[in-house]
Structures are given as structure tokens and as C-alpha cells.
Write a protein that binds this ligand. Structure first.
Ligand code: P6P
Length: 298
């Protein structure tokens, strides 16, 4: 079954199917850019991170596609300083995107991702509770898409014809013992250090690539917890609410997992600024709840 047949079978509107088709049609053009775009662009995003040409190209390719689609009212991108309002006549979706999460890893040929969340109400700043669909596309040995919608999570594999075929549905985030610690150890708070120590004492295995998308994908498959915590010099951590943590928290919860900022549920966040960051603990429900308890005692 193709992605579009899956969406049709599950009762998604034609407009939403068209929007997802618009996004997935940009996968090959973005992949094609990899063959020569890894050098630095000589510019910095609003987070002070040096952009590489690929970040900007992926952002431009997707933005152009949204403009031409006439389906999108607002776009928030990790590569843009503010929300972009598209005057499309019938556009009613809000879309957030990290066009190329983990792009600094491309020179070492590690897996990177495209992270998308969709707001049916068209308002990307209205609160993470208004996310209606979220998905990521992993650009690695295989190109894989993980999609979360109404009530389940499914995985699709990009085939030779450039079509995503269903390979798994009803995905459940299992209990497991992978952990991704996040941040520099010498910047950890005592509370986070204690959490990591407890995981290690309980036999958790460290897996951390530096790209949120594949690191989360491992947690979705094997269970455990990914964290990018509050640090002594970054009280809100590093990851972005709109572009990274919100979409993944939506996917994690639809798969029966959990996502907190250390104390509260990520999906209860109503962002006040487009570049808002948050600490995050995301993964197996039992593990995340135990971490929440531990941190609440601090
Ligand atoms: P660090 C990539 O830049 C990113 O936003 C996430 O994909 C990733 O999890 C994190 O930053 C890695 O940060 O500080 O370990 O390089």
C-alpha cells in the first residue's frame, strides 16, 4: 500500500493528502542537492548556528513547494527568523519544518532528517495541542518516513519509483534501554547527572549521533529515552519547540510513549516565540514517568 492509499483508507481529506504529496515530492530534489552542497553558506540562522548550503537549499525547495501548492496559510521553518504568511487563496494548513535536522553531520555521511508538523487550524503558534499530523523523513541508508495522525503511527519506505510504501502500521514505542544523554557533560545540572547515572546503573546503553531524527527513530524502535536537557549555561536546552520537539512529542504520544520538559508535558506548550527552545525527555512511557518523578524531587 502506498502512503497516499494509506491516507485515503484512514479517511484523511484530499487537501491533506495533496499537502503530504507536495512535501514528499521534495525528497528527491533535496537528496540530489547532497552531491555538492555541504560546504558552509557563510550565514548563520537565528540560533547562531552556521548554515550550510544544504540547510538553505532544503528550506528554499520546501518553501517554494508550499507557495505553489496553494494549500498552506503559514509556514514556520527552523531556517527562517519568523512565521511566513502565504497569501494562498484556499490555503488553510499551518506547517512547521526543520528542513534538514542534523545537517552538520552531512560531511561525515551520517543520517539526517526532515521534520514536519501540520496544524489543521492553520495557526502554527496556537499551541502544540493543535498539531493534527506530524512526520519525519530519515535520509540515511534507506529513506524512511514515520507518520503520526489521528490515532496511530506508521512507517513507509521510499522505493525506486520515488513512492513511499507502507512497511509498518500500529507502531508502539516499546519499553527499552537505549539512552541519548544530550549536551556537554560538564554543562549538565546535578539533577540531569543523577538521571543519567541512574539509567547507566540500570543497564541502559548509550546511543547518540548528534541528529535528533535518527536518535529518536532508534528510541521509537528499541525503547528508552532521548534527552536534550536544561544545561547550566542553557536553561532551556537546545532543541526547538516548534520544529523538533513538538512534532516528535506528537509522534511519541501517538505511539504510546511520553515527552516532557522535565516537569510538564511537551504537548501542553503554547510557544510565545518562534525560536522557543525547551529541555526534553522523550521515549518509553515508564522511563519518562520515572524521570519526571526523579526530577520533581529536586
Ligand atoms: P549537540 C542538530 O543540530 C540538533 O538540533 C539535533 O538534531 C541534535 O539532537 C542536537 O542538535 C545535537 O546537539 O549539542 O549534541 O551537537
Amino acid at each position: 500500500m502506498t502512503l497516499d492509499s494509506y491516507l485515503e483508507k484512514n479517511g484523511y481529506s484530499q487537501d491533506l493528502r495533496d499537502l503530504i504529496q507536495v512535501i514528499t515530492a521534495q525528497v528527491q530534489p533535496i537528496k540530489d542537492e547532497f552531491l555538492g552542497g555541504e560546504e558552509k553558506a557563510g550565514t548563520y540562522n537565528i540560533y547562531g548556528e552556521e548554515q550550510i548550503k544544504l540547510d538553505k537549499r532544503a528550506n528554499e525547495i520546501l518553501l517554494e513547494a508550499f507557495r505553489n501548492s496553494n494549500l498552506v496559510k503559514q509556514v514556520a521553518s527552523e531556517e527562517e527568523n519568523e512565521v511566513i504568511h502565504l497569501n494562498s487563496k484556499k490555503g488553510h494548513f499551518g506547517v512547521t519544518m526543520d528542513p534538514l535536522d542534523g545537517s552538520s553531520l552531512i560531511p561525515t555521511n551520517l543520517t539526517v532528517g526532515i521534520i514536519i508538523s501540520i496544524y489543521k487550524n492553520g495557526e502554527v503558534m496556537s499551541g502544540l495541542k493543535n498539531i493534527t499530523q506530524a512526520f519525519y523523513i530519515l535520509l540515511g541508508p534507506l529513506t524512511v518516513m514515520v507518520f503520526a495522525g489521528k490515532n496511530e503511527v506508521a512507517e513507509f519506505l521510499y522505493n525506486k519509483e520515488g513512492i513511499f510504501d507502507l512497511v509498518k502500521e500500529g507502531i508502539i514505542l516499546p519499553e527499552g534501554k537505549i539512552y541519548s544523554p544530550g549536551g556537554l557533560k560538564n554543562k549538565w545540572t546535578d539533577a540531569h547527572r543523577d538521571v543519567i547515572r541512574t539509567l547507566q546503573e540500570n543497564g541502559f546503553k548509550l546511543r547518540y549521533s548528534g541528529s535528533f531524527t535518527p536518535d529518536f527513530h532508534q528510541i521509537l524502535n528499541y525503547g528508552g529515552v532521548f534527552t536534550y536537557p536544561a544545561l547550566t549555561d542553557k536553561p532551556y536546552g537546545k532543541l526547538r519547540v516548534l520544529f523538533e520537539v513538538g512534532p516528535m512529542a506528537f509522534i511519541a504520544e501517538k505511539a504510546g510513549g511520553a515527552a516532557i520538559d522535565g516537569k510538564s508535558r511537551i504537548l501542553d506548550i503554547i510557544p510565545t516565540k518562534v525560536d522557543q527552545r525547551t529541555p526534553v525527555y522523550i521515549g518509553s512511557k515508564e522511563v519518562v514517568l520515572k524521570i519526571k518523578e526523579k526530577l520533581s524531587l529536586k
